[in-house]
Design a protein around this ligand. Structure first.
Ligand SMILES: NC(=O)c1ccc[n+]([C@@H]2O[C@H](COP(=O)([O-])OP(=O)(O)OC[C@H]3O[C@@H](n4cnc5c(N)ncnc54)[C@H](OP(=O)(O)O)[C@@H]3O)[C@@H](O)[C@H]2O)c1
Length: 362
């Protein structure tokens, strides 16, 4: 039996966060009640806590991914049952966020996970997996694959696609989703410490993004041609500037919004350092098709809602064609203290190739 109230960690005012008691909801038709064991922390949690970015009301519960056990199901739910282990994209509303002991989710944002996958690792997946799938097949516009075994030979198999920022956890899913769809020329930029790992995920060519000859190296590896398809997983002023040096003028550039001033996953300063559109002075030729990726629009796409988390992700996990991110587990101290450590790591851009996962208990 679920309790009537439970603990959550939420921002209660700009820059202030606390452990609070919230009412436990009852799942309606097509929904499940998730008993959360682990929740992730991402850059967006700091935008909300520190800048009040896209905060509609306080208290504002944190956590855009959560994993745990189905504690109850609403009417008309056949695909999940009490006791199932799931991971969920807990972005839909303040009340549904993951940094709390219980939350109600529609089955469209839930994925059943195999027994071999730990719940902590499973909490790294949904937001970035959704982002990758959306960026590649909806924004860049490559065809939706018929299978995800890596054996298909898609039409553009020989055309390189570049994922900027392979050290970022979101980029690691972009590489894996492309590989699972059969693409073989997957270029990425990352610090040298990530290179071997990114190759193991499916990258064909890995470049150090700090190299002074980066654009030349990329164009050479592409056989002397500029790159037609690029996904920028950092989407900052300086990454866009670097991409301008090797993108084809008639190419497609997908950027993971928000676009940020500076050179990192988290912009320094206030909300004016972030934008939903490229700033006019960005040096990308006007002929490049710039697509803003928004994982938070997941529910707007009927195909994604019906298939991506309920069907495609469980199949890929079962077949072992996609690996979770490596986990930076925060399980010491109180629930609130763990969140405090996570926020501080994110503020300092101090996470490299790992996803911050908080054990949710108090
Ligand atoms: N709109 C959307 O749907 C959506 C979805 C997901 C994420 N995002 C945004 O995308 C960004 C990445 O998120 P994330 O969770 O993947 O980040 P993350 O895992 O925290 O990324 C950390 C990594 O970023 C890399 N990095 C930092 N600056 C870089 C640069 N200038 N060039 C290349 N790599 C750089 C670092 O790689 P090294 O270790 O190699 O230095 C570091 O390991 C965030 O701003 C987030 O808000 C948007």
């Amino acid at each position: 039996m679920a309790p009537q109230t439970h603990k959550a960690v939420a921002t209660t005012a700009l820059g202030v966060f606390d452990e609070i008691d919230v009412e436990t909801d009852i799942p309606k038709a097509g929904e499940v009640l998730l008993k959360v064991e682990y929740a992730s922390m991402i850059a967006f949690d700091t935008y909300q806590t520190d800048l009040g970015y896209v905060v509609e009301q306080y208290p504002n519960i944190l956590g855009f991914n959560a994993s745990g056990i189905v504690a109850a199901v609403g009417p008309n739910v056949d695909s999940l049952k009490v006791g199932d282990r799931i991971t969920a994209f807990t972005y839909l509303s303040n009340k549904q966020r993951g940094m709390q002991r219980y939350c109600v989710q529609p089955i469209s944002v839930c994925a059943k996970i195999p027994d071999s996958l730990s719940l902590a690792a499973a909490a790294t997946i949904p937001d970035n997996f959704v982002t990758a799938y959306r960026a590649i097949f909806f924004d860049v516009g490559l065809p939706i694959p018929k299978s995800y075994t890596g054996d298909d030979t898609p039409a553009l198999v020989d055309s390189p696609i570049l994922i900027w920022g392979g050290g970022a956890t979101s980029a690691q899913y972009q590489i894996q989703v492309l590989r699972a769809a059969g693409y073989r020329r997957i270029f990425t930029t990352a610090s040298a410490s990530h290179h071997e790992y990114l190759k193991s995920l499916g990258a064909s060519d890995v470049f150090d993004y700090r190299s002074p000859t980066l654009a030349t190296e990329i164009i050479e590896a592409a056989g002397g041609k500029r790159i037609e398809r690029v996904v920028d997983c950092i989407s900052a002023e300086k990454t866009i500037t670097a991409i301008a040096e090797f993108i084809d003028p008639n190419g497609i550039l997908a950027i993971l919004l928000p676009y940020k001033r500076g050179d990192n996953v988290r912009a320094a300063g206030d909300t004016s350092a972030m934008s939903w559109e490229l700033w006019p002075e960005a040096p990308i030729p006007a002929t490049v098709a710039v697509k803003g990726v928004r994982a938070f629009k997941y529910q707007d796409f009927e195909y994604l809602k019906e298939n991506l988390l309920p069907k495609i992700l469980p199949e890929m996990l079962e077949k072992n064609v996609i690996q979770p991110n490596r986990v930076k587990l925060l399980d010491q101290g109180t629930f609130q203290e763990r969140v405090a450590v996570g926020l501080e790591l994110l503020r300092k851009n101090g996470v490299h190739g790992e996803k911050i996962i908080v054990k949710v208990e108090h």
